[in-house]
Design a protein around this ligand. Structure first.
Ligand code: ADP
Ligand code: MG
Length: 303
């Protein structure tokens, strides 16, 4: 049996099925990305898993026990950060740690956890949570999610409001904890971050799971691409499209789909033909964002 299992779970809000027959599982030590467009049902699914919400059909099982709304016994070994962390405005970071450790059967070493999550510095200290920035609150929320030595941590948009350095810190923290056997289920709009971080992907669209598997399998099924940067990307794009190639602009480069007839040599020749200077050219698999959009655009379960 997997650490976390969802078997045919459904949840409706009025006539709208926010979760429609959702089944997937999470194994120990795996970092699983739950991805999908806005309103797809990611937060709803996370709330069902963490016992924060009732569900109408199916079953969620964690660590061999059923998870039911407001029955927290099965959740002693699950941490979560969903939407907003449960923060008390007049508590310091350490007050929160002491408070949440109080009723835990078993808890992390508070000093060590505060250090790991970066909430031990002078910026925190005696400062009360009402004076914290969004990024500081997110870090505290993650520390709270880790206090009970969880086997599974459910994080809904944990990178929200974090500066790039904090995002990197949190990524490194999650990776080191996963190596110790802790599983993570994470949703984020930062798909580049998830691509680096996650072992597995679960894709949800309109309440239905449309894909699940390893990140590398998912990316591997995407198209191979040629990414080229020139002194005039608009002109390069036009030249590629005039040649009948599938191409689009992405950030500061032109992304061209590789086919039997279109390869890097052909792209370089085309650039030369149009007097363009190529500053960079790379080939590789599609990225998570591009492939996700592709999969969503062909999803037949869309209404
Ligand atoms: P996501 O997190 O993927 O953006 P949500 O799980 O928050 O999506 O929402 C899924 C759908 O369920 C959305 O259409 C949302 O409007 C609806 N929904 C979520 N929570 C509620 C609620 N408490 N009452 C009514 N509708 C809700
Ligand atoms: Mg959400």
């Amino acid at each position: 049996m997997s650490l976390l299992e969802l078997n045919h779970v459904s949840k409706s809000f009025g006539s709208y099925k926010a979760m429609d027959n959702v089944s997937f599982s999470v194994e120990p030590g795996r970092i699983v990305a739950l991805i999908g467009p806005n309103g797809a049902g990611k937060s709803t699914t996370m709330r069902a898993i963490t016992g924060l919400m009732s569900y109408s059909q199916g079953e969620v099982t964690f660590d061999g026990q059923p998870v039911r709304f407001a029955k927290t016994t099965s959740l002693a070994k699950m941490g979560n950060l969903i939407e907003y962390p449960s923060i008390y405005p007049n508590f310091t970071a350490r007050d929160h740690m002491n408070y949440y450790a109080m009723d835990a059967v078993d808890h992390a070493d508070i000093d060590e956890l505060m250090k790991l999550t970066g909430i031990d510095g002078p910026k925190f200290g005696k400062r009360k949570a009402k004076k914290f920035s969004l990024g500081m609150k997110q870090r505290l929320g993650i520390a709270i999610a880790l206090i009970r030595n969880p086997k599974l941590v459910v994080l809904d948009e944990p990178m929200n409001g974090l500066d790039p350095q904090s995002v990197r810190d949190i990524r490194a923290l999650i990776q080191s904890l996963a190596q110790k056997g802790i599983a993570f289920l994470i949703s984020s709009h930062l798909l580049d971050e998830l691509q680096r971080l996650a072992d597995d992907v679960v894709i949800i669209n309109r309440g239905k799971i449309i894909r699940q598997g390893t990140m590398s399998d998912f990316l591997g099924e995407g198209k191979a691409e040629i990414k080229v940067r020139t002194n005039d990307n608009a002109k390069m794009l036009e030249a590629a499209q005039d040649a009948g190639w599938e191409a689009h602009l992405s950030d500061d480069q032109v992304v061209i789909t590789m086919t039997a007839d279109v390869n890097a040599q052909k792209v370089l020749a085309k650039a030369t033909e149009f007097n363009l200077d190529v500053t960079d050219i790379q080939t590789g698999q599609t990225n998570l964002e591009d492939h996700l959009l592709e999969v969503l655009s062909t999803d037949s379960t869309r209404v």
